[in-house]
Design a protein around this ligand. Structure first.
Ligand SMILES: [Zn+2]
Length: 177
């Protein structure tokens, strides 16, 4: 991306949250990207390989997210939408930014939005805490193994798990049941 103040930087997808892409408003603030006219390409990588990129364009009290994504083997879909930014005063001066969750009917004030697909707050994505997710993931694997043993796993199910191992495609826990 060209233009005023454009750049590119990389984010690591932590192993523990590899199912989701985290977009933290504080990263954008630290990188100086919450200034109208700035644009940046954020790139997530895992195991040193780029997986997902989105372009963030800052407007007045909002950012525009622009990217392509697809779910499993579905065709690529282009997404472009605004996320409003709210500011609250800090105790010792200055102010801090917040995302207003862009999901319909939500608008919660949050520091982090979760992708892929449409970025939304933890509540809208129904994210549970890591330990709960780990056990949900184990249950999903266990179910897949039971399918494989007893029934023959549905094709969509086994391909999902192959994609998960590569780490670039999010795991939709329990999506195989
Ligand atoms: Zn929300």
């Amino acid at each position: 991306m060209g233009g005023l103040g454009s750049g590119r930087y990389s984010l690591n997808r932590k192993e523990t949250t590899s199912d989701y892409l985290r977009l933290d408003v504080r990263w954008l603030q630290r990188a100086g990207d919450l200034v109208p006219g700035r644009s940046n390409t954020l790139e997530w990588s895992q195991n040193g390989k780029p997986c997902d990129t989105i372009t963030v364009i800052c407007e007045f009290n909002s950012i525009l997210l622009s990217y392509n994504h697809r779910r499993w083997a579905d065709p690529w879909k282009h997404e472009e939408y605004r996320v409003n930014i709210d500011w609250t005063p800090c105790h010792y001066g200055g102010r801090r930014p917040w995302f207003l969750c862009p999901a319909a009917g939500c608008a919660r004030r949050v520091a982090v939005l979760y992708g892929p697909g449409i970025f939304a707050c933890r509540q809208c994505r129904h994210l549970t805490y890591e330990t709960q997710r780990k056990s949900a993931y184990s249950r999903a694997i266990w179910r897949a193994q039971v399918y494989a043993r007893n029934l023959e796993a549905p094709r969509t199910c086994s391909s999902r798990f192959r994609e998960n191992r590569k780490g670039c495609i999010s795991a939709h826990i329990g999506g195989c049941s």
